[in-house]
Design a protein around this ligand. Structure first.
Ligand SMILES: NC(=O)C1=CN([C@@H]2O[C@H](COP(=O)(O)OP(=O)(O)OC[C@H]3O[C@@H](n4cnc5c(N)ncnc54)[C@H](OP(=O)(O)O)[C@@H]3O)[C@@H](O)[C@H]2O)C=CC1
Ligand SMILES: O=C(O)CCC(=O)C(=O)O
Length: 418
């Protein structure tokens, strides 16, 4: 990270920027900028050597006007209370922009999972699930995966909850494995909506995605899947990175093959068919047609933004640009398509998973992908229509205008739906 911007303050600034174009009373606006409840925990977990370790953990329930709180759980040493608050707020507006019936929540544990065994991570996850039990449920608050969590952790949360509640309630958490009631297409969903947003953006801007040069920062769930799906559109993924640094090939990498290399060695570095290796900062300032930040918040601050040479940015990560970076890039006519649209595929397919869990009726992958495409394209159209009709300064502001209006309507029209 190149910047110390507080993500919670960034979120509040984004809301204020959009509210300036809306007729929202100050007291209602104040409500939209603060979480309803933040749970802070100290989890005591037994390590494999018999000693106890203490872990700080959080769950923020930001706003439930449109439905149950919804959002992932992150395991990372950099997790803070304010980061979790920001991430939960972004979930509110993300769910509203794609018009799914949820509010926003997010959780996190301050931990580097690489330092612990699988058994220790299981005990940590189950301990968190026990503490969350009174607050979560398929109609109240529904966790999901985020950075460094996936199907394994979601299965443990579901199992702990169902055991303690003596019930069958698979919709209490999404992002589970298929065997535990997960949905086809959920693993790929975040990368898929990033690809769909990039495709729609290029079309909207009258640019060709075929042959476009692409750089992707972060090669986890969101980044690597976005990379290969964008490659499938005929684009040329010339650079990708993870925490070890970036690899570059002038004629294009093979995104799936880079992932195979990362699975084998732990990082993208050392990929044999790369022409060159360089830093993440170099990747973010490359002269490419499309830049996809898919790692963490604050990847691009105001200073770095002045060196960004990409034409279009599609945000797979949550909050990768600081508000100052946004201003610099808007001024420089770089088209930024925001996180709350581009990475909304994850929560949208989580919604499909929850619907399937409640109906005990499971969809094909084809149906999931069709419904996802419909939601993302429709949200993209709402956003660009708002951008044009109100003559807004950025696509981010347009996304927040659409989303905030929907949340305000749900609040003023008398609460939750459906
Ligand atoms: N998973 C999901 O469903 C969703 C995720 N998101 C967002 O997408 C982003 C990525 O999440 P996800 O892919 O799930 O997480 P993962 O843990 O799967 O991947 C994170 C990736 O980011 C890399 N990374 C971390 N720090 C840096 C850095 N400083 N520079 C470059 N790369 C870095 C990691 O590197 P390494 O592999 O070396 O650790 C890893 O490749 C987050 O902002 C998340 O909130 C948004 C919507 C849904
Ligand atoms: O799938 C979900 O419910 C939430 C995913 C998530 O945490 C996010 O979109 O940032």
């Amino acid at each position: 990270m190149t910047d110390q911007a507080n993500p919670f303050e960034s979120l509040q600034e984004q809301i204020d920027d959009a509210a300036a174009h809306l007729d929202v009373a100050d007291d209602v606006l104040e409500r939209l900028k603060h979480p309803e409840r933040v749970l802070g925990l100290n989890l005591s977990v037994e390590l494999d050597d018999g000693s106890l370790d203490r872990f700080r953990a959080f769950r923020s329930e930001f706003n439930g006007d449109r439905g149950p709180y919804k959002g992932g759980i992150r395991y990372h040493p950099g997790v803070t209370r304010d980061e979790v608050k920001a991430l939960s707020g972004w979930m509110v507006y993300k769910c509203a922009v794609v018009d799914i019936p949820y509010g926003g929540g997010k959780g996190g544990i301050v931990v580097d999972p690489a330092d612990y065994s699988a058994a220790e991570i299981e005990r940590l996850t189950r301990s968190f699930a026990e503490e969350l039990r009174p607050f979560i449920g398929e109609d109240t608050d529904i966790p999901a995966p985020d950075v460094n969590t996936g199907q394994r952790e979601m299965n443990w949360i579901k199992d702990t909850y169902e055991t303690l509640e003596n019930t069958t309630e698979p919709g209490v958490v999404t992002g589970k494995s298929l065997e535990s009631g997960g949905s086809e297409g959920r693993v790929e969903a975040t990368g898929r909506s990033t690809m769909l947003t990039a495709r729609e953006a290029f079309d909207y801007l009258d640019k060709e995605i075929e042959g476009a040069s692409v750089a992707v920062q972060g090669y986890g769930n969101a980044g690597h899947i976005a990379a290969y799906l964008i490659e499938d559109l005929g684009a040329n993924v010339v650079a990708v990175s993870d925490s070890s640094g970036a690899v570059y090939a002038e004629d294009g990498l093979d995104a799936r093959d880079v992932k195979r290399h990362k699975n084998e060695t732990g990082s993208v570095s050392g990929y044999a068919d790369a022409d060159e290796e360089f830093s993440n900062e170099n990747l973010l300032t490359m002269d490419v047609d499309l830049l996809v930040p898919a790692a963490l918040e604050n990847a691009i601050d105001g200073d770095l933004a002045r060196d960004v040479h990409a034409d279009v940015i599609v945000e797979a990560a949550n909050g990768p640009l600081t508000p100052e970076a946004d201003d610099v890039l808007t001024e420089a006519d770089v088209h930024v398509f925001p996180d709350i649209l581009a990475n909304a595929g994850g929560v949208t397919v989580s919604y499909f998973e929850w619907v399937q869990n409640r109906q005990r009726f499971y969809w094909t992958e084809e149906r999931v992908n069709e419904e996802l495409e419909r939601h993302i394209v429709s949200a993209f159209d709402d956003l660009t229509e708002c951008y044009e009709s109100l003559d807004l300064p950025s696509f981010r502001t347009a996304a927040y205008v659409v989303a905030i209006q929907r949340v305000v309507d749900a609040f003023t029209d008398g609460g939750n739906w459906p």
